[in-house]
Design a protein around this ligand. Structure first.
Ligand SMILES: [Zn+2]
Length: 287
């Protein structure tokens, strides 16, 4: 069922595990993630960036696809459909389209403006029973053309935004979107610890979950991270499996040109990646 992410993340924080947010790009992606969550009895968050929403034909199309899959594939684990890095306008579009969770990324505004806009969106989301994530401190790397430097959030600013009533909070702790560079300094657990000491029970969100070593993921969970975003890793595994299909010439054997056959190895690769992450995050059996 499509639910807000609040309850599943509060449970995760209390139970010292994390729920994965896996970004979707199309039907295959969505079906692979939902079926894996169901097989592993894990709660799951489907992330939709503004770019991916546009690519899939608009937010209402996405809502229809996800609700249809949940019903017809008999998905009974909790599923949240979440706008990833939403602008002010797109938060409203997703509330209208029927998303069950939104992220307002006001990290590029001066803190006063971030506070004002977040306050307004918290009310708009909660009026509809929708959960809302906010961000403090830009997260490094590139997402939909927005490039950040991998900064660490100011714990006091995190506390100020947390107090506005957001349901979970993304804070920059040296994490980066996309592939991590060779000379990456690692996560700042000092920053994470300082943030959690001020924000208490609020679930914290780790963006850029691709390529962070398992021991760092586990330590981050122990310090209050209850939601981890995974996007690039599914893209890499999908593309590698698809490339292999063509390199082995399978498209030229029999009806190997059938798109349902072409996309099958990538579909299985996404399932394997999602399974690996859910096991690492500890969400298996927690639905
Ligand atoms: Zn992100």
């Amino acid at each position: 069922m499509l639910v807000s992410a609040t309850e599943m993340l509060n449970k995760a924080k209390a139970g010292h595990y994390a729920v994965g947010q896996f970004n979707i790009n199309n039907l295959e992606w969505t079906k692979a993630i939902l079926l894996t969550a169901q097989e592993l009895n894990s709660p799951v968050i489907l992330g939709v960036s503004e770019g991916a929403g546009k690519y899939m034909g608009g937010y209402k199309t996405v809502v229809g696809m996800v609700k249809g899959l949940i019903e017809e594939q008999k998905i009974t684990v909790p599923v949240a459909l979440h706008l990833d890095h939403g602008s002010y306008d797109h938060c409203y579009k997703c509330l209208e389209a029927g998303f069950s969770s939104i992220m307002f990324d006001g990290s590029h505004y001066p803190i006063d403006e971030n506070v004002a806009k977040t306050t307004e969106l918290v009310k708009a989301a909660h009026d509809k029973g929708v959960s809302i994530e906010a961000e403090v401190g830009a997260i490094g790397g590139e997402e939909d053309g927005v490039v950040g430097m991998g900064e660490c959030a100011d714990p006091k600013e995190c506390k100020a935004i947390a107090d506005l009533g957001v349901d979970f909070l993304a804070a920059g702790i040296g994490n980066i979107h996309g592939k991590y560079p060779e000379n990456w300094a690692g996560l700042s657990f000092e920053t994470l610890d300082a943030i959690q000491q001020l924000t208490g029970e609020l679930p914290l969100v780790l963006h850029g979950g691709t390529g962070i070593p398992a021991d760092m993921i586990k330590k981050a969970i122990s310090l209050g991270v209850a939601k981890i975003n995974v996007n690039t890793e599914c893209q890499l595994s999908f593309t590698a499996a698809t490339r292999k299909y063509f390199e082995e010439g399978k498209d030229q054997v029999g009806k190997g040109y059938d798109p349902r056959k072409v996309l099958a190895p990538g579909f299985e690769a996404i399932k394997a990646t999602v399974k690996e992450k859910m096991e690492l995050f500890g969400s298996v059996g927690k639905a």
